[in-house]
Design a protein around this ligand. Sequence first.
Ligand code: FES
Length: 293
Amino acid sequence: MMAREYKIIEKYEEVPNVHKFVIRDPRIAKKAEAGQFVLVMANEKGERIPLTLSNWDKKEGTITLYVLELGVSTMELVALDQGDSLYSLAGPLGNPAKVEKFGSVLIGGGCFGIGGIYPIAKAMKEAGNHVTVIMEARSNYLLYNHQNLDSVSDELYIATADGSSGINGHVQEKYEELVKEGKKFDRAYFMGCTFMLMQCSKATKPHGLPTGVALNAIMLDGTGMCGCCRVSVDGETKFVCVDGPELDGHKVDWDELFIRKHIYREEEAVSYQSHACRSLTGYERDQKKEGGA
Ligand code: FES
């Protein structure tokens, strides 16, 4: 049997700090379903990073991932280039998103979630739902994936924190605006940073709108064995890797999740600031690739 090599066949910075990777792995592309993720290691000593499957092509045998450069591990990952290979790639992992004919579905994505919600919106549309998508970013230059999202949604809205595009605000504010206009939703799904997921869940709760959130947690094995990704949902311990990543946003213990996510924040910051890769910024790497200084 031929060894898998996880070759990066396309890689570029989609918007500042968010990098698009297209990786050849026919086995994962064949099995992928909306809402699942993979665990990636950039090198032998690197951490395992959970990344949402943002697209796949069964015929070409490729998968698409969006990586937010946030710490040492993601920095090492984005230092890889087209033609390089990942050290390891495991997946597809996690449960597929709950997709059925709900009626009117609201899907919100921010940051890496703008890339990650595409398969969910596509699957919801194919299941016969009316799909409303809200994409969120700090500013309009951080928005991407319009074309894909437009092709699978009935309504597409933008929210930016600085008001440079769409409404001046966030996903939950656009949602409130739509509700005030009389719009009814039967199901909501959100993907993005933990704070965004919490805010969106808080917004939909008083309206009784069933809300799935794609939780991101620290992961090691991705198989429910290490306990790293545990989260409390409705008083019960769940593991994001095997019980999620989609969990009920109204029942997640957000306070506990924030504490767990920030447990290594100080060490991460020190490690990130002092890592050798920082001698080469994303801009410098691109310059080097283009033959510049
Ligand atoms: Fe180990 Fe989920 S990553 S239990």
